[in-house]
Design a protein around this ligand. Structure first.
Ligand SMILES: [Zn+2]
Length: 78
């Protein structure tokens, strides 16, 4: 698959989804609110919000821990 170029994008800047500041297209962090921003959404001109992997991981781990705790507290045979 050939690499696609973004020359057809009508945007020269993108907007921070958190504070509506204008950022450079390749900016990874908003200089105003210091949050991480994703790539440009070509439909809206906004920067996409990066997926919060850490939050998902913590959520998943706490559910796993809860399941383990229930098993340990009620079903574990000694
Ligand atoms: Zn911002």
């Amino acid at each position: 698959m050939p690499a696609q170029k973004d020359n057809d994008s009508p945007f020269t800047s993108k907007k921070c989804p958190y504070c509506d500041n204008y950022l450079a297209i390749d900016e990874r962090f908003c200089f105003s609110c210091k949050k991480r921003v994703g790539k440009l959404n070509k439909k809206t001109g906004m920067a996409m919000q990066p997926i919060a992997w850490i939050s998902y991981l913590i959520c998943l781990l706490s559910w796993a821990f809860l399941g383990f705790y229930i098993w340990w507290a009620f079903y574990k045979q000694t």
